[in-house]
Design a protein around this ligand. Structure first.
Ligand code: NAP
Ligand code: HSE
Length: 434
């Protein structure tokens, strides 16, 4: 039985998918049953790395969705619209969808999942998080017997590539970002990568799967690497830490009404050099899942790029093809693969969360400053792990403090008092620390 595939997009990911479908030898036999029928692009004249008959290409994506020879629609065009409408159009036509589009799923996932459930089709999203790493299916299926406490990880390949090359080679930020774009890692607008939005989309998706209920994407506190100062990376290294853009979704408890209370966020983070995520470099991603009774499980691999992402897209196509082959009852979905929400979740007020912190202060270099800063921390109930003075410019000092795990509210109170000290010129940087 041949299964018709319609591709919406033939860029980095789409071309990777087309390359797999056009060379089934040595892969799972089901790949040989997938036929690429139609492909939508914006520009027909653009040279493509895969050979396709001219009649396969169209600039009309609706024609791909509506084509009766297309059984599964693969959306790899990116952006919110028309991607969202095309996914809904495919569902309405009774076609399962595979998408790599985390921006759409993080914002419209509930609407899309409800439409898919009502129509009895699948919308699978393995490629939306972690590139080639299987993480969506493990969260839906393999780890279903666990109560998950925390999902944390490096889930943006572009920023990890930039941070790694800056740390290893002292490479300039703009030049490395340009390399990430050339290699097909970055989003069409790389602001989504460097400002943390892409990682926030992905942690929103992982949160929904790990805890069985979604949180509003817009409410996830998000900070990228675009304002990270290379001095903080250097000081962190001297203190035994590596700086990574981390996304975290942590279960904090259950409210009286049964709502799950979560702390979900994205920010540059100091990781102790021996932490399992500290050794994840380049375009690689890693997701650390902590659950009961499994303990810690880490998923690691290439987080972006044509081949890895296409591998994840094809895995989803094969899942759907396999189900079609055994001929499940029409409209009946495997509840694990379809993965709907089953409970309410909400984010806790950030001031009530607990973290370790790194703070860099620019101060006058004079006697007693460290003591007065230490008093401000102590008065607010913030316990320090270390406080170190580095030499600043023009006779100024830079003081770096690392706190123990403290209530965010107490840390902010201490910072307000420190900022008010006459000897303190600026609170120059604040970063979370694991
Ligand atoms: P890309 O290289 O920019 O490719 C986008 C493709 O979609 C292009 O072929 C483009 O046509 C086509 N397209 C865009 N808008 C269209 C429209 N309105 N009508 C018809 N065709 C349209 O993007 P990509 O890197 O492959 O990413 C695609 C999706 O996968 C995004 O959602 C992205 O977030 C996600 N993703 C990417 C990666 C990665 O490593 N790149 C990894 C995971 C997930 P033209 O070629 O004619 O311009
Ligand atoms: N721009 C994304 C990243 C692509 O760099 O991780 C993979 O989702």
């Amino acid at each position: 039985m041949t299964i018709g595939i319609g591709l919406l997009g033939l860029g980095t990911v789409g071309a990777g998918v087309a390359a797999i479908l056009s060379s089934p030898e040595g892969r799972h036999p089901l790949v040989g049953q997938l036929a690429l029928r139609r492909v939508a692009v914006r520009d027909l004249s653009r040279p493509r790395p895969v050979d396709l008959a001219p009649e396969v290409l169209t600039t009309n994506p609706e024609a791909v969705v509506d084509d009766p020879a297309v059984d599964i629609v693969v959306e790899v065009m990116g952006g919110l619209e028309p991607a969202r409408s095309l996914i809904l159009r495919a569902i309405a036509a009774g076609k399962s969808v595979v998408t790599a589009n985390k921006a759409v799923i993080a914002r419209y996932g509930e609407e899309i999942a409800a439409a898919a459930a009502a129509r009895g089709v699948y919308v699978l999203i393995e490629a939306a998080v972690g590139g080639g790493i299987p993480i969506i299916e493990p969260l839906k299926q393999s780890l279903g017997g666990n109560r998950l406490q925390r999902v944390s990880g490096i889930i943006n390949g572009t920023t990890n590539y930039i941070l790694s090359r800056m740390a290893e080679e002292g490479a300039a930020y703009d030049a490395v970002l340009a390399d990430a774009q050339r290699l097909g890692y970055a989003e069409a607008d790389p602001a989504a990568d460097v400002q943390g939005g892409d990682a926030a989309d992905k942690i929103a998706i992982l949160t929904g799967l790990a805890y069985g209920g979604s949180v509003p994407r817009a409410s996830i506190p998000t900070e990228g690497i675009d304002r990270l100062d290379s001095r903080d990376v250097a000081y962190a290294a001297q203190l035994g830490f590596v700086v990574k853009l981390l996304a975290v979704a942590q279960h904090l408890g259950t409210a009286d009404d049964g709502t799950e209370l979560l702390d979900v966020r994205v920010h540059p983070t100091l990781l102790p050099r021996q932490h399992p995520l500290a050794g994840v470099h380049g375009v690689n991603n890693a997701i650390l899942v902590e659950g009961d009774p499994v303990g810690q499980v880490m998923f690691y691999g290439p987080g972006a790029g044509a081949g890895p992402t296409a591998s994840a897209v094809v895995a989803d196509i094969l899942n759907i093809a396999g189900i079609r082959q055994v001929g499940g009852a029409p409209g009946q979905l495997d509840p694990l693969l379809a993965a709907g929400s089953w409970r309410l979740c909400r984010l806790v007020d950030g001031s009530r969360t607990r973290h370790r912190n790194y703070v860099r202060l620019q101060t006058r270099d004079q006697a007693g400053v460290i003591g007065r800063i230490g008093t401000c921390f102590g008065d607010a109930g913030v316990s320090l792990q270390s406080i170190v003075q580095f030499e600043g410019q023009n006779g100024a000092a830079e003081i770096v403090a690392i706190t123990h795990e403290v209530l965010e509210q107490h840390f902010r109170t201490a910072l307000d008092a420190i900022e008010a000290l006459a000897e303190v010129e600026a609170v120059a940087a604040c970063l979370r620390t694991l």
